[in-house]
Design a binder for this molecule. Structure first.
Ligand code: PLP
Length: 456
């Protein structure tokens, strides 16, 4: 067998990307107040801001779009998608939503009340926000290894079962259900093992609590199980996914990830308990439950995308891509969250800028430097995102200074990754010239999206 693992697709339609000069990028970044969120996408060469809704659809998906039935109620496209989702999840009830956070909002509004508590490995930020807005505490119980960037563990997304059990014993009356996010985005796109899902589900069941999965990246998680968990080497991705779902009572999904579409999501539930209220709330805010805020063509694209997302050749290439960039970074002496996850590589900015004070935001400085050096856009996950300016003017800082490079699906080829590896290595070589920033203007919440910065 040849050793080179190729992209398992060929390209039918292309979207040009624009080369810029360093002088141009310096001007554009200054005009964006040193905040890459404020850049125009056309001024970015390689856009690795997020893997959500940014991927390339296949010719089959574009073909299916023409089959979209745009009927308000009972559209053929709904039933086609429902059959695909039922086959994978085994759940009785399915309602589409316009994206993941809408699924969260609808389900949580029905299933939770103020004062309750939901344990998860790590809540994604919209999941946390949708619980907190209802007065529900969102508790992260990922295993200790999941919080140590340099520690290698095959399933760093696992939930700490001992802590979950203690919590269920002490505060079970506050817990409406347990959650598990596969893969664990907040913790570096790290997978959860089948053994962990099974044991957590059994633990919850002993306490009479349902398990709700956040399954944005269930295909990538299934592939990690196949590659790393003994006993699953010869099991198909679909069968692994079916087993993962078999332990759950329901799930929320942003199909903008492993659903391989640009927009869409859904809720699935096994029992009838919450269903009537979910359907009623859907009608109120998302749309009739057979379209859920989507066009019939979106439902068709999702029906095809969910099956393509489980393709093993695609998943092998997908996970290998992140691993490959990790190897190139390793060779250049750059630290990152290990092992690489499914959808992204998280660079440890402190290994590039060890002497930059945290008050100059080394993660943010590195994200800016990658854009200046080679037109690459990533996102800081550090003290701008998670730190705060207190009322007395003092700052709080995050424990890690990371830059996440998240890969849209089926969009960039190996030479894009080779180029990125060179840019990152060159950035490190020129690290002495990288400037820190101070925040000149910031909103009260989620400041990273819109803050304005100045060079220190
Ligand atoms: C784990 C996880 N859950 C939920 C969401 C929310 O999905 P959406 O962006 O479609 O609302 C995301 C999006 O990035 C995610 O990564």
């Amino acid at each position: 067998m040849p050793r080179t693992l190729i992209e398992p697709f060929r390209i039918k339609s292309v979207e040009p990307i624009r080369m810029t000069t360093r002088a141009e990028r310096e001007r554009l970044l200054e005009a964006a107040h040193l905040n890459v969120f404020k850049l125009r996408a056309e001024d970015v060469l390689i856009d690795w801001l997020t893997d959500s809704g940014t991927g390339a659809m296949s010719s089959r998906q574009w073909g299916a779009i023409m089959e979209g039935d745009e009927s308000y109620a009972g559209a053929r496209s709904f039933f086609r998608l429902e059959a695909v989702v039922r086959d994978i999840t085994g759940m009785k009830h399915f309602v589409p939503t316009h994206q993941g956070r809408a699924a969260e909002r609808v389900l949580f509004t029905v299933a939770c009340k103020a004062g309750q508590l939901v344990p998860n490995n790590c809540h994604f930020d919209t999941t946390r926000a949708n619980l907190e807005v209802l007065g529900v505490e969102a508790l992260d119980l990922v295993i200790a290894e999941g919080l140590q960037p340099a520690t290698v563990h095959p399933f760093k997304g696992n939930i700490d079962l001992a802590r979950a059990e203690a919590l269920l014993k002490e505060q079970g009356d506050r817990i409406p259900f347990g959650m598990l996010t596969v893969t664990n985005n907040t913790g570096g796109g790290q997978p959860v093992s089948m053994a962990n899902i099974r044991a957590y589900a059994a633990l919850l069941e002993r306490h009479g609590k349902p398990l709700i999965l956040d399954v944005c990246r269930f295909c990538e998680n299934a592939m990690f199980i196949k590659m790393r968990e003994p006993g699953y080497e010869n099991v198909s991705i679909k069968a692994i996914a079916q087993e993962m779902f078999s332990y759950a009572d329901g799930a929320t999904m942003s199909a903008k990830k492993d659903g391989m579409v640009n927009i869409g999501g859904f809720i699935v539930l096994r029992s009838d308990e919450w269903m009537e209220a979910v359907r009623n709330l859907e009608i109120l805010t998302e749309g009739f439950p057979t379209y859920g805020g989507l066009a019939g063509r979106d439902l068709e694209a999702m029906a095809v995308g969910l099956v393509e997302g489980m393709d093993e050749d695609y998943l092998r290439y997908r996970l290998r891509t992140a691993e490959y960039l990790g190897e190139r970074l390793d060779a250049a002496g750059i630290g990152f969250v290990r092992p690489t996850g499914g959808h992204a590589v998280y660079i440890d900015a402190r290994t590039v800028l060890p002497d930059m004070p945290v008050a100059q935001y080394p993660g943010w400085a590195l994200a800016n430097a990658l854009y200046l050096e080679g037109g690459i856009r990533g996102v800081e996950i550090g003290s701008v995102m998670f730190g705060k300016r207190l009322d007395d003017g003092r700052e709080t800082f995050h424990s890690m200074e990371l830059v996440r490079l998240a890969f849209p699906r089926r969009m960039y080829t190996q030479s894009h990754f080779d180029y990125a590896a060179e840019v990152i290595a060159d950035t490190k070589a020129h690290a002495a010239g990288i400037r820190g920033v101070r925040i000149a203007r910031q909103p009260k919440y989620l400041r990273h999206f819109s803050c304005e910065c100045e060079w220190v």
